[in-house]
Design a protein around this ligand. Structure first.
Ligand code: ACO
Length: 367
């Protein structure tokens, strides 16, 4: 028995803000952003779009793929959200929705990784998605592991599928609307983030889980170092520091970040996780087809690659177009690769992530 990914999907807001446009509003430049991060643009949700809306669209694309939906020629899964003229026609969209709705009825579990939930803790955003998908028999909960949310989500879903003979299918989503919770006057964070969602359908199959023909999720490493919890933090609004009656709030909730601390932690975490995954599985880096890292900063990936002598071509980076979409970045990247046909059956794929908490982790998957 194997736990395989049978469908992927993504949703990217239509509105794109390039570095030059951002530099008209804050004291920064395309040159600084590119040279320090590798970011060229970010996509931003409109004011009516929340985390669950992006998650729902990505989930429908993943479910329809798992259901075997025939995508119209040329559909790349890119930029359909918020732009009725792009992507799927009305008819194709209705057919996609029908295929997704039928499959949603067979899903046993929905896990949604996010740091920018629709509401503050209650209700879970996953429950909103569960309702809108019509996934009536699915349990649903959010995974709060920030940018590592999708990696934690895959391993949690696999564990819950394995534990019970009754559960066969899970939907794991990463979705973020970080644009709403950052301070657009703080150039040290405003240039880094974007919005988006990605999703994957996980299914228990009759494939082998060991040996040469093994398939699906092989193993994961999950870790945390809570001593770094203040390096990335929404300080206000929770039970530690709630907004008070009568208080005048001059800024929306804002993400505070100690960039250098996160940077050093990330390089160490990525390096260590790659080494551990290879060692525990008994494989070499040459056997890994692609590494899909969390897209936070291209320099972090370059530094880790250099330390381990892994050629940069092995890492898939799309940060130039989407910036850092936190928990959504890995499933967005997986879907992009998948729809381009770059993930072939039998390929060994590694995901690597890190983020607020501080958390980190990685998965090894035979596609
Ligand atoms: N535009 C222009 N100049 C800037 C900007 C900007 N957007 N931001 C900072 N600067 C300036 C600073 O003011 C400073 O100027 P000074 O030397 O005159 O004081 C100079 O650039 C250097 O600033 P540093 O903060 O030292 O820049 P650094 O090289 O460390 O890069 C960065 C900053 C890109 C944030 C880096 O530390 C980093 O990538 N850290 C990791 C961040 C990260 O990955 N966060 C998210 C992970 S978790 C998650 O995804 C939620």
């Amino acid at each position: 028995m194997a736990i395989e990914i049978t469908g992927t999907g993504r949703a990217i807001p239509f509105r794109r803000i390039g570095n030059d446009e951002l530099a008209e509003k804050i004291d920064t430049s395309d040159e600084w952003i590119r040279s320090h991060t590798g970011i060229g643009a970010r996509h931003i949700a409109d004011e009516n779009t929340a985390c669950s809306d992006l998650a729902l669209e990505a989930a429908k694309n993943a479910l329809a793929m798992a259901a075997g939906f025939q995508w119209p020629a040329g559909f790349s899964g890119f930029d359909t959200f918020g732009d009725p003229a792009a992507g799927l026609s009305e008819g194709d969209r209705a057919d996609r929705d029908k295929a997704a709705a039928e499959y949603a009825g067979t899903i046993d579990l929905i896990l949604l990784g996010t740091a920018t939930a629709d509401y503050c803790g209650c209700p879970p955003t996953a429950c909103i998605v569960q309702d809108k998908l019509g996934a009536g028999q699915a349990a649903a909960m959010d995974i709060s592991a920030c940018c590592t949310g999708f990696i934690y989500g895959l391993e949690t879903a696999a564990g819950l599928l394995n534990i019970s003979g009754e559960r066969k299918r899970a939907l794991v989503i990463g979705s973020e609307v970080l644009s709403r919770l950052i301070d657009w006057d703080d150039r040290s964070t405003a240039v880094l983030f974007g919005d988006g969602a990605g999703a994957a359908v996980l299914e228990k199959t009759s494939g082998a889980s060991a040996g040469q023909d093994r398939r699906g999720l092989l193993r994961s490493i999950l870790g945390a170092d809570g001593s770094g919890r203040e390096s990335l933090i929404f300080r206000r609004g929770g039970s530690r520091n709630p907004f008070k009656a009568g208080e005048v709030v001059d800024k929306p909730i804002r993400l505070e970040m100690n960039g250098q601390e996160v940077y050093y932690f990330a390089v160490k975490a990525v390096t260590m996780t790659i080494e551990k995954l290879l060692k525990q599985e008994g494989v070499t880096i040459d056997e890994v087809s692609r590494i899909v890292p969390h897209q936070a900063n291209a320099r972090i990936v370059q530094a880790a690659g250099k330390r381990l002598r892994i050629p940069m071509e092995k890492f898939f980076l799309n940060i130039e177009e989407y910036a850092n979409t936190s928990a959504a970045s890995i499933p967005i990247a997986l879907d992009e690769l998948n729809r381009k046909g770059e993930l072939k059956k039998g390929n060994l794929i590694m995901t690597i992530g890190f983020g607020g908490g501080l958390t980190y982790g990685g998965n090894l998957i035979v596609w």
